[in-house]
Design a protein around this ligand. Sequence first.
Ligand SMILES: Cc1ncc(COP(=O)(O)O)c(C=O)c1O
Ligand SMILES: N[C@@H](CCOP(=O)(O)O)C(=O)O
Length: 462
Amino acid sequence: MRYISTRGAAPVLTFEQAMMTGLARDGGLYIPETVPQFTADEIAAFAGLSYAEVALRVLTPFVGDSFQQDELRSLITAAYAGFNHDARAPLVQLAPNHFLLELFHGPTLAFKDFAMQVIGQLMQAALARSGKRITIVGATSGDTGSAAIEAFRGLANVDVFILFPDGRVSDVQRRQMTTPSEANVRAIALAGDFDDCQARLKDMFNDFAFRDAVSLAGVNSINWARVLSQVVYYFTAAVSLGGPMRPVSFTVPTGNFGDIFAGYIARQMGLPIEKLVIATNQNDILHRTLQSGAHTKQGVNPSISPSMDIQVSSNFERLLFDAYGRDPKVVAEQMRALAEEGGFTVGQGALEFLRDGFASGRASEEETLAEIAQTLAETGELICPHTAVAVKVARDYLGTVPMITLATAHPAKFPDAVERATGVRPALPAHMADLFDRPERQTKLPNDLSALEAFITEQLNP
Ligand SMILES: Cc1ncc(COP(=O)(O)O)c(C=O)c1O
Ligand SMILES: N[C@@H](CCOP(=O)(O)O)C(=O)O
């Protein structure tokens, strides 16, 4: 299996190389040259298997020679050992044809654990073989950061720096990043929004002198291995509702477009998915793009679903690559226009491709609060604001095909919003019960590449 860049001017890599490289050296994102296919019988055979075994079958054709089967099996098994639900990703029924896919039973209570725990295992195995040391820099709007810290804290050959937007994550999310005491992990509160964090991260990758000096690695969904690991739960969920003989639809709360892009890959691999619905909060660039064809930034507007407060949606580049018939020149030009002119217009053929593959909707702040209350009243389920955005949008697409809405975080990560909507303050699980008693450690830095690089360099060379 070979990996190519969406911008067409970076070396072609193996799975392991793409995982360790992060952003391609031409600024693009790595993507498999071809997407492996499963037959209906192969998918049907997933029924009754453990989550880890399905993950092994889904990952294997993408991994190629990078990991041997037995090694991959034991790494995946270790990755999911710390989840606190036997099914790992259980389904809960909300209505006759509407299901919630609970993705918050991992150690940091968000769907990020599904991929980050796998990446943690795979990267450690690759580093043990190479004897190298890496510096992971991550950008987070709240959940990627804690999942990355959890997966890599305490490791001798990895340093982790997480950039989060100062004042724009929930208190629980911030404390998950600032309270771990291991010296190899550092949380940086950046004066800016998530788009600034992600832009500075990409700037670091594009500064080859810095990148090479610190052996920079990425664990955002820039990294193909992140997206790949998220493909698995589309299969387990669909199969448990009768797939592939019975099609299903998914509604996905969307920000950086990694999670729903994983659903798009599952569909390409042969999983019958009728609708893939993009659900956005008031930061609705993706919904507006599907409606009008204009992909135009309007500035990030802080919301009660802060992890989705994103306007530069990184993985949309991977979808555009396909929408334009895998023409890297068009992608590179549109990404230049987004960065320098604030947007671009999607060409007619590409727009039809997007509309054939996806539906979309948006939920306002009021609608999100109302949905948290309505879901509790109707079903007894307490949902987080990100999940509520998706449940609200999904309601417009309910039909005869089962709808699976992704529940991406535990409500206790966003207790203020949930309490405001319902009067109920969700409690943190036992392993995090003392989170607010633990001392915090963070560094506040300006939204400035030189300042960030200087801080990281100094921390690595005290
Ligand atoms: C809780 C939660 N829901 C939804 C999303 C959006 O996912 P994605 O960025 O993959 O579109 C995020 C951030 O990634 C998140 O943390
Ligand atoms: N919502 C994310 C933003 C980063 O997304 P990623 O999938 O690219 O890591 C977060 O919680 O940090």
